[in-house]
Design a protein around this ligand. Structure first.
Ligand code: HSE
Length: 446
């Protein structure tokens, strides 16, 4: 292994997984190796690339002995300083990372699902072995959001994080918005274009964005990673009709990951959200990701960039790798910057607010029969549950003998909304389940 202060020797890196991002990492180390050396002062030597797929041509000419099919051999090699885990998934990746820690190696990963579900255990294991666990590429691809929260904003109380954290969903919603096509058509287009997986569930059901929100919330507020308590709703029910109506009220629909620190509790939710067209996030389109962070000193700051893809993600992986290499070369303690941003002893289990307690503005669309008394029945029930209406529109477009009735509410409580809508659903003048979309206004006071 490279020794402290031994700046003549290269730092040796073992890359596990040579799929899209792994290939990007290998390419960046080889093609931009000289540039990295000029900045780091020492070379990063790719000692191994491990992948069970030994047939695919990655367009890289690896030296003899570099490409291996056994990742456990890489984490066992005493010469390797830093392991870059690009395998993804939970079981093998976790076993390899734990073995790497056991063998005193530092680890860089982009594996947000693993961190969201097992991150607390991995952080403890790394600390126990006094090695680094770095994960910039796990959230937002190339956007330096982890470094921003962990280092740049260290003097700030973070009040709020709002992000577009899934490029697949953003691509699909942008397509529906611009072309008026259905969710199914937009998803098929994303799959043809290589922007969505054959099994798109993790993305379109909101889970991938929630994995990322779990990591950001923990970093921002000094809480344990708590994925299980995040409220998650995907985009599969979003229709061109609701997007069109949203536009008429001055909103666009995005899949937002929202987290707010309310003091004793944290709000954490992922769902389709109406945001004003002049909100900067409204104009982040296609596969781009973006995140807005509100801190008590900085106010609001905004990052945007490619949240996925070979070279953007590799850029974040190399940033982490160089940080670790700098620690190695300077002899810094690995906990110089705590893995989760706060001193381990200060990380708390902060409760996540139930979605039922949420207070926000809502958009409802009912398919109602176009006959006398229908509106008063619906609004009467809403009134019974203390839900006050800001505006009501009968949109005048008949669908199967019914008419879309759209309502925007003043602040209302989610539990009241659920109860009222259940009662309205029982009316024989309303067809199908109502559409409910939460609104995040610029001046949302909650
Ligand atoms: N599947 C993710 C997305 C990229 O669509 O944004 C990797 O996090």
């Amino acid at each position: 292994m490279a020794k402290v202060g031994d700046d003549m020797k290269n730092i040796k890196v073992g890359l596990l997984g040579c799929g899209t991002v792994g290939t990007g990492v290998a390419k960046m180390l080889l093609v931009n190796g000289e540039l990295i050396q000029k900045r780091l002062g020492t070379g990063l030597e790719l000692k191994y690339v491990a992948d069970t797929d030994t047939r695919t041509d990655r367009g890289i000419d690896f030296a003899d002995g570099v490409f291996v099919d056994d990742a456990f051999k890489v984490v066992a090699d005493p010469e390797v300083d830093i392991i870059i885990e690009m395998i993804g998934g939970e079981s093998v990746a976790k076993a390899l990372i734990l073995q790497a820690f056991e063998n005193g190696k530092h680890v860089v990963t982009a594996n947000k699902a693993l961190l969201a579900k097992h991150g607390n255990e991995l952080v403890r294991a790394a600390a126990g072995k006094k090695v680094d666990l770095a994960y910039e590429a796990s959230v937002g691809g190339c956007m330096p959001i982890i470094k921003t929260l962990r280092e740049a904003l260290i003097g700030n109380n973070i009040a709020k994080i709002t992000g577009i954290l899934n490029g697949t969903c953003n691509y699909i919603l942008t397509k529906i918005t611009n072309e008026g096509i259905s969710f199914e058509e937009a998803l098929a287009d994303a799959q043809t274009g290589g922007y969505a997986e054959a099994d798109p569930g993790l993305d379109v059901d909101g889970l991938d964005a929630a994995h990322k929100l779990a990591i950001l919330g923990a970093l921002a507020y000094g809480m344990r990673i708590n994925f299980d308590d995040i409220y998650i709703e995907g985009i599969s029910k979003i229709t061109p009709l609701d997007i069109q109506f949203a536009g008429q009220f001055g909103y666009r629909i995005k899949l937002l990951a929202i987290s707010k620190n309310t003091g004793e509790k944290v709000e954490a939710r992922v769902h389709p959200t109406m945001i004003p067209v002049d909100n900067i996030l409204s104009n982040v389109d296609g596969t781009l990701n973006a995140v807005s962070i509100t801190g008590d000193a900085v106010g609001e700051i905004f990052l945007s960039g490619h949240g996925a893809g070979m070279m953007p993600t590799a850029s974040a992986v190399i940033s982490d790798t160089v940080d670790i290499a700098r620690n190695l070369l300077s002899g810094s303690r690995t906990d110089r910057i705590p893995t989760m941003g706060y001193q381990a002893a200060k990380v708390r289990k902060i409760p996540v607010m139930s979605i039922d307690e949420l207070v926000t503005h809502y958009y409802f669309r009912f398919e109602a029969l176009d006959e006398p008394g229908v509106l008063s029945k619906i609004s009467g029930i809403l009134g019974d549950f203390q839900i006050s209406l800001k505006t009501v529109h009968q949109m005048g477009r008949r669908t199967n003998g019914s008419v879309p009735v759209v309502m925007l509410t003043h602040y209302a409580r989610e539990a009241d909304v659920k109860n009222a809508l259940a009662e309205i659903n029982g009316l024989n003048v309303v067809e199908n389940d109502p559409v409910v979309i939460r609104i995040e206004d610029k001046n949302n006071k909650y």
